[in-house]
Design a binder for this molecule. Structure first.
Ligand code: 2IP
Ligand code: CA
Ligand code: CA
Length: 371
């Protein structure tokens, strides 16, 4: 089953290519950043294009995984629906066709017949990048495709992706916002128990070459199942006397911020965009804990990075349940039947992402009775 990991690394890289193409090719970029002005039809079209980039990436991943692992068809889910209404009010189902030309024709029908934009997108979808990762290639994974399901967030932190502020990243430092927060997230879980067992994260905008102006990405992966705990990342080393730090959404509740400040100290709280990026910060050791008290993330946000944290000995706990009945890890197989639409798959009770159990327990003690 290293085949699945290899494939996910490859489709995530292809997804990153599509994300980069949409910003780098002028005809697509104009659509992406167009001001929402003008008549309603124009507004809707611009809105649609932003969603289209997400839908196209998700469908491409679904197509490629389903083609190689037919046992998984029907169990590959994502944030987006592939039913699309174009500017003329016609319903179009966005799929990846067998040839680049057919895909371009289909995309043009969603893109108000903008054939240049449609061809550029189709080209990126039908090009298979070469990804090599010696450690992933050598791995033996005790998993059977017919036991697995997948959650895809084609682009997490879309607002940062659209805004497109460029940061020059430095090793060991958390950068709160910018293009680097946009991530492709592909998580694999066990259908029977909902445990996350494999995760791939691609950061399409990791490094911008100053000479060519073109971006390159970086990938991260982790596998945690049947006694195998392996990741592209190694556990970050503890820095003595540094003290633990917490990353939060800037919209986190005041009562949570105050409780955490009283325990960790004011200079230990950091803020960052993107649910996926915040968990990645915990994976990389840029923060020790990510706390979220609202149900504003979904299974597709947390599944992939959760698998990486498990591979490193950590996890992602349900905050509300952990405050009530002791620690409960998030699972990925069951919807909340009483909810509708995306809410069925929300991480309703909020979450705590951690590398160390001891850190999780401190957070739970600190927040108990405060929410
Ligand atoms: C969003 C995105 C947001 C996050 C929100 C996610 O996903 O990651 O940044 O909010 O929870 O659902 P915040 O940045 O406040 O943590 P998307 O961009 O895919 O809609
Ligand atoms: Ca998301
Ligand atoms: Ca998204």
């Amino acid at each position: 089953m290293a085949d699945l990991l290899r494939l996910l690394l490859q489709v995530a890289e292809k997804a990153a290519n599509v994300a980069r193409v949409c910003r780098q090719e002028a005809p697509l970029f104009q659509l992406l950043v167009q001001e929402k002005t003008g008549d309603d039809k124009n507004k809707k079209f611009v809105q649609d294009f932003k969603t289209l980039a997400d839908v196209v990436i998700q469908e491409m991943i679904r197509h490629d995984v389903g083609a190689q692992f037919p046992e998984m068809v029907g169990f590959i889910h994502g944030e987006e629906s592939n039913k699309f209404e174009n500017g003329l009010g016609e319903s179009v189902t966005v799929t990846v066709c067998s040839t680049e030309g057919e895909t371009a024709t289909l995309l043009a029908s969603v893109l108000d017949n903008n054939h240049t934009a449609a061809s550029l997108l189709a080209r990126a979808i039908h090009r298979d990048p070469v990804t090599t990762d010696a450690q992933a290639d050598a791995l033996m994974v005790p998993l059977n495709p017919s036991d697995l399901g997948i959650w895809i967030d084609p682009i997490d932190a879309t607002s940062q992706y659209i805004e497109g502020r460029e940061e020059v990243l430095e090793e060991g430092r958390l950068f709160p916002s910018g293009l680097h927060c946009a991530l492709v997230l592909i998580g694999v879980y066990l259908r029977s128990s909902g445990e996350p067992v494999m995760g791939v994260i691609n950061q399409p905008f990791n490094y911008k070459d100053p000479a060519s102006g073109s971006w390159s990405g970086r990938h991260f992966w982790g596998v945690s199942c049947g006694g195998v705990n392996t990741s592209s990342e190694s556990r970050p080393k503890d820095v003595p006397d540094r003290g633990p730090s917490v990353v939060l959404s800037s919209s986190e509740k005041q009562v949570v911020k105050e409780a955490l400040i009283s325990f960790y100290g004011p200079d230990k709280l950091m803020y960052a965009s993107g649910a996926g990026y915040k968990i990645l910060c915990v994976i990389q050791g840029l923060a020790d804990i990510y706390v979220l008290s609202e149900g504003s993330t979904f299974k597709w946000d947390s599944c992939a990075p959760h698998a990486l944290l498990r591979a490193l000995g950590g996890g992602v706990a349900d905050l509300a349940e952990s405050l009530q009945d002791g620690q409960t890890e998030l699972t990925y197989h069951q919807p909340r039947e009483e909810c509708k639409g995306a809410d069925r798959w929300a991480n309703h009770g909020g979450l705590v992402a951690y590398r160390d159990q001891a850190q999780l327990h401190s957070v739970i003690r600190t927040l108990k009775g405060k929410l």
